[in-house]
Design a protein around this ligand. Structure first.
Ligand SMILES: [Zn+2]
Ligand SMILES: [Zn+2]
Length: 382
């Protein structure tokens, strides 16, 4: 049967814009660069709009408005709403509503960018073929109280065109006349819109396809440092799906996450507050559970040929992790029970228990690392 596009389901406005900007980026942009080149001003203009709109999506639309991972004062909300619109990814209200449904129904039919419907569907197919019938915005009651968000939704197209395409053209014109305007429009405008859009789309496609799952295999989300580089730190997507309210996606201090560093810096400038962090112990216990799951999967897999020594090592490692988990649970229960009394009455005992808990966590951390190294030695199933 010949392939037929479901014409009745195509969202023509979205499709024309997405394909139009993509085609202009591949045709008119190289022609402009060939004849006019790109001076330092145009490079700076491109980077300013790329970083400004990219961060407005990751820091503003995603971590602030979708997940309320921190509270922001009006200047931060205003700037991220204006530059977020200039990324041409819909108004914050619609973006957040889609994204919250993604987390709630991930990998299922009600997930707007459901990866189980294929890589291209999750990447951009869902936008091209979106039905025009409006999905009720019933999961964003909190945003309706924010006047700036409501205003952005009302004037979305004007703000997007004004700040996303006309402003770069105007700045280019002020710098070097009409050719500068054309350069600003094509480079910091159209090419930048294409780059930021596909960067965001990659989070829905590649971040649910490539990378590891160090925290959980409950859903398809994956951690990948390569993706983090292209997505302002959003590539640690396995962690994000497990702990979505954390303002960090790259939870380790060394993980590349410019969005978390920007939020941290804004906190120092008193522009944001109430940064939410998942306690380190909780993250570690989740890693411990996941490592045990993997050890068990390898031990149970009949297709994996294990020599006796390796099998023994895996079993010992699993038993050790199990023991550590139990010890931690007991320590925690003991500590939680008497925490208040310990704080006021038996300071020395409290300190001793605290030290014991800390030592147990350090041991869990070490054992998890060793188990992961051990798993690397195990041959993949044939
Ligand atoms: Zn996701
Ligand atoms: Zn999210």
């Amino acid at each position: 049967m010949p392939f037929r596009l479901p014409a009745s389901r195509i969202n023509w406005t979205n499709s024309a814009f997405l394909i139009g900007t993509f085609v202009v980026t591949l045709t008119a942009v190289p022609v402009y660069l060939w004849y006019c080149g790109m001076d330092g001003f145009q490079v700076a203009l491109f980077l300013f709009f790329f970083i400004g709109t990219g961060l407005s999506i990751t820091l503003g639309y995603h971590r602030l408005f979708s997940h309320v991972a921190f509270q922001a004062k009006w200047p931060v909300r205003l700037v991220t709403l204006v530059f977020g619109a200039a990324a041409f990814e819909n108004s914050a209200m619609h973006w957040v509503s889609d994204h919250r449904r993604h987390h709630k129904h991930v990998d299922h039919a009600d997930d707007p960018y459901d990866i189980s419907q294929g890589f291209w569907y999750a990447h951009m197919g869902w936008i091209l073929f979106k039905l025009d019938a409006e999905i009720p915005l019933d999961n964003i009651q909190d945003l309706r109280k924010d006047r700036l968000v409501m205003l952005q939704d009302r004037f979305y197209v004007t703000i997007a065109v004004g700040f996303g395409l006309l402003l770069p053209a105007l700045l280019g014109y002020l710098h070097s006349g009409w050719m500068g305007a054309l350069g600003g429009f094509l480079l910091a405008g159209v090419a930048r819109v294409t780059a930021v859009q596909h960067m965001t789309f990659f989070i829905n496609s590649l971040c649910h396809t490539i990378g590891g799952q160090p925290y959980s295999d409950r859903c398809s989300a994956r951690d990948s440092w390569i993706m983090a580089i292209f997505t302002f730190g959003e590539g640690y997507h396995n962690y994000h799906h497990e702990f979505q309210h954390d303002y960090r996606n790259g939870v380790k201090w060394w993980q590349w996450d410019p969005t978390k560093w920007s939020i941290w810096t804004l906190e120092k400038l008193h522009l944001v507050n109430g940064l939410r962090r998942v306690p380190e112990e909780k993250v570690l216990l989740s890693q411990l559970a996941d490592t045990r799951r993997r050890l068990n999967a390898r031990l149970a897999c009949k297709k994996t040929v294990l020599n006796e020594r390796l099998r023994e090592l895996l079993q010992t490692s699993d038993a050790k992790l199990h023991q550590l988990g139990e010890r931690w649970a007991a320590l925690k229960a003991q500590y939680a029970d008497k925490a208040d009394a310990l704080k006021t009455e038996y300071t020395e005992r409290a300190m001793a228990q605290y030290e014991e808990a800390k030592a147990a966590l350090a041991e869990i951390r070490r054992e998890v690392q060793q188990a992961l190294k051990l798993l690397e030695l195990v041959p993949e199933a044939a």
